[in-house]
Design a binder for this molecule. Structure first.
Ligand code: UT7
Length: 338
């Protein structure tokens, strides 16, 4: 019998699936440490921290409160906002550099606590760029048809890996978690333009020793402490973030003027402001949480998204630009039509 190909619609004619943000959620631990409190135990001052970073306070997890606890609370709020239950999910991607255990993935603990019985849950590790990496991973699973409803979480307890005697680093970070639910929808009709337009990821491992933790299961069998060449990281961040933001806009044939909201990783107010200036955005179009949250690594962007959607600033149809840079180095950006 001669081979007869089955009639299939050409790929170009098939309706594309796009990931839309169905809901956001956030959680911050109750305990707040102010700059003044730190100045009482370290050779630092509220003035130095505020002027150099924009940070005035940070939240810190209680004893026994784990990254998974923070992640679970943010996840529940995101699911509620999306009108979904844990069992509606078929994917959890959790970005963290401070997992509960070396293994299993913190995502699997969250999966069990949410009552999600199908699909897959795993962690990604890209430090402060973790949320953009996790978002990109989940988006690609959805576009490939391998997942329908995905939960993307950024959750951290950096307070556990800080050297609380190193004033150059311990004043900069805080704990917290944020989450977004992504839903795969056919890109047609009123949904044609909405959702994640693209994600862009990069890394350069030659700079791994600029920002790292000096311990780990293989290296020292200890957890270790965060170490950073702050000035060098700052210099790279400004340059790399500018490049990846241009890449994301060019990829979508969009320009600076099209961006409604910049939701950047919150590492330093000066880095955030330089990106806002580059885009020509007025300060009120840049979502800033660093003053109250400090740098929460992978949690900073979903925390900021939850805040700016919760208070009604980000509205349906607006163009949201997220970007982050972190240890590795890793960096990335994404454009989302809300
Ligand atoms: O999220 C991942 C990506 N991370 C980042 O993007 C962080 C990027 N880096 C930064 O945000 C900034 O480099 C820092 C906030 C970490 C530091 O600011 P800086 O303006 O680069 O200060 P510096 O490290 O050059 O330090 C200036 C001075 C030094 O004293 P001398 O040598 O000039 O006498 C430091 O010892 O400030 C001193 N210093 C402090 N003084 C009071 C450093 N930390 C403190 C402190 N309080 N907490």
């Amino acid at each position: 019998m001669p081979f007869k190909p089955r009639h299939r619609r050409p790929l170009s004619e098939m309706t594309k699936i796009r990931s839309q943000v169905a809901g956001c959620g956030a959680y911050l631990p109750d305990r707040v440490i102010t700059n003044a409190e730190l100045a009482g135990r370290l050779d630092t001052s509220d003035e130095w921290i505020t002027q150099r970073t924009g940070i005035t306070q940070r939240h810190v997890a209680a004893e026994g409160q784990l990254t998974s606890d923070l992640a679970l609370r943010a996840a529940r709020r995101a699911l509620e906002a999306a009108g979904m239950r844990g069992d509606d999910l078929d994917l959890i991607v959790l970005a963290t550099a401070t997992p509960d255990n070396t293994f299993p993935a913190t995502a699997t603990k969250v999966q069990a606590m949410l009552g999600m019985t199908k699909g897959a849950a795993f962690d990604v590790q890209a430090v402060c760029s973790g949320f953009v990496y996790a978002l990109s991973t989940a988006d690609n699973f959805i576009k490939a048809g391998q997942a329908k409803n995905a939960l993307v979480i950024g959750a951290e307890t950096f307070s556990r890996i800080l050297d609380w005697e190193d004033r150059g680093t311990c004043v900069l970070f805080g704990d917290g978690a944020g989450a977004v639910v992504l839903r795969g929808v056919p890109s047609e009709g009123s949904n044609a333009e909405r959702g994640i337009l693209s994600t862009h990821l990069h890394s350069d491992g030659s700079n791994y020793d600029m920002l790292y933790v000096d311990g780990g299961p293989s290296l020292s069998q200890t957890t270790g402490h965060l170490r950073m060449e702050g000035k060098e990281v700052f210099r790279h961040a400004v340059q790399r973030l500018a490049e990846v933001v241009d890449e994301a806009l060019e990829h979508n044939k969009l320009s600076y003027g099209d961006v409604d909201w910049l939701v950047p990783h919150q590492a330093n107010r000066r880095i955030i402001e330089s990106m806002g200036r580059k885009l020509g955005l007025p300060p009120e179009k840049v979502v800033v949480t660093i003053d109250r949250h400090a740098n929460t690594s992978a949690a900073s962007i979903p925390l900021a998204l939850a805040e700016a959607t919760g208070d009604g600033r980000i509205e349906k149809g607006q163009l949201v630009l997220v970007e982050a840079m972190g240890g590795g180095f890793t960096w990335g950006a994404s454009l989302i039509r809300w």
